[in-house]
Design a protein around this ligand. Structure first.
Ligand SMILES: [Zn+2]
Length: 114
């Protein structure tokens, strides 16, 4: 359920930007969602119509989601691996010692206004 509050914050931000630019409508907004954030993209899709319901600027707005893979660097053998797929364990040496390189981001990348 965290998705609805972070999504609503992102929508507020987009609305603010569009208002500052005197936009008539927002065509799309693009969010980057890392898979290690724990946010499920399907929830964003599901909540988007609810969050934007009473906001006329969003009446034809498309939500675009860029999913980012969770990538880890093993601190013991320097292997790069997919953290979700390997469940946090280095497939090469079995270590859990790692630096997360990507997958923790949640941010607004781009919006399109007219
Ligand atoms: Zn390793």
């Amino acid at each position: 359920m965290h998705e609805i509050s972070v999504l609503s914050k992102a929508v507020d931000m987009v609305e603010q930007i569009a208002t500052n630019q005197n936009a008539r409508a927002i065509e799309y907004m693009r969010l980057e969602v890392g898979e290690l954030t724990g946010y499920l993209p399907t929830f964003f899709e599901e909540y988007f119509p609810i969050v934007t319901e009473d906001r006329p600027l969003f009446s034809h707005c498309k939500l675009m989601l860029d999913k980012k893979v969770g990538e880890g660097l093993c601190m013991d053998c320097n292997a790069l691996y997919n953290v979700m797929r390997e469940e946090g364990v280095c497939p090469k040496c079995g270590s859990r010692n790692k630096t997360i390189l990507s997958g923790q981001e949640f941010k607004l990348i781009d919006i399109g206004v007219v």
